[in-house]
Design a protein. Sequence first.
Length: 480
Amino acid sequence: MTDITTRPAEGRAARAPAAAAGGSGLHLFVTRLHFYIGLFVGPFVLVAAVTGTLFVLTPQLEERLYAEQLRSPAVGEARPLAEQARAARAYIGEESRLFAVRPAQAPGWTTRVMYSEPGLGGSESRAVFVDPVTLEIRGDLIVYGTSGTLPFRTTIDYLHRNLLLGEFGRAYSELAASWLWIAALGGLLLWYWRRAPGRRPRARFGKAARTRRLHTLLGLWILAGVLFFSATGLTWSQWAGGRIDALRAEFGWVTPSVTLALDRRAAPAEGGAHAHHADHGGDHGADHGAAAPPADAIEVGDAAAEHLDAILAVTRQAGLQATLLEIRPPRAPTQAWLVREVDRRWPTQVDTIAIDPRNLTVTSHAHFESFPLVAKLIRWGIDAHMGILFGLANQLLVAALGIALVVTILYGYRIWWQRRPAPGAPPRSLVQAWLRLSLPAKGGVALLALALGWALPLMGLSLLLFLAVDLLRWQLAKTG
């Protein structure tokens, strides 16, 4: 992040022709744009990097903070899921609506019985943690998202996503992701031009030179990671994410999903469509502990919860073997049960099925192995961005990249401070640099700005702000 307006002692070197840059106009334009991104967007990128790093470093801390809710010292045979759901209902009362159940992932863990309530945010639910052996209520917390994040990390996640400002605050993270890749590639160009043959070398000693060198080296080392953060961050952003979703739909790259709507005319089938899988299910092929409800009597809510054990058995027979499962009862008498795997570690287990409660048949499925390649890449990219995909190694790598990005930004501000304009020096503007481009280059830059402004709306709006500030400074300097 280097302002091209420099102190007189360094101004002569800054004005040296960029022989390999296609003329000084392009060099000045990229330099000025790089500076403006750092000045206006850098603080948002800094906050995103700090909060993102905190988020990926804290899963183990969260497990310690909420050990009482997550773990159980009881030893013995787990009670049926239906009984666990009844224990949670007795604790929470009748006001909340049953949303989902996440069975204990292994002995020593608790079951989450999750409820929807008024006043909760999007993707939030109230989880009652039940000891599957004793039916003791171990805790009552608000959880967030597919990963089931608990309150401590949810706060960090909201800081990272929207600065705790709700939907309006999501603009900050989208703005950071929209410009981050441009700043990174611009920095790469500036580094290349400084190394070009015929380029007058800058002084290699002194504080300013050392700061620039560290800023450049760190930027080069983390370039691939920064581009990855920017791309994956944009996939779930508010406005740019909508453009990306539309593009994916146009090319058929959408993530498959299941259909919950049921054919009300369907008759119960003997044994279910997946009865031939019984030999793969071990004990799950035996008595499920609850009979399938009769046709045209599909139950919802707590009434449906009585059939949780039968649904879990069919799920295992259908091939969903992940230890992390989420089971959602029908929300209406015309809907099926939804069961999905929520283990995003490698190898990814995120299959989803819909089960007709009248005959315990799988009516719809979405298997990860059949996803389009782009949908798989997006799934893996988001999970790697969150530090989940490859476990601890993923966490440490993302954290290292986040810390390096923070240091790079701080070095950028230090460069600007060390080389800040002398008092009264005439400003150099982005518009001036653009005017120095050749006519084809001017048109190319303008067309690229329009295209990116459409694809990344917050980039377009902020670019207009950049230009407004630039023109205002130019006019003030002329009238002064």
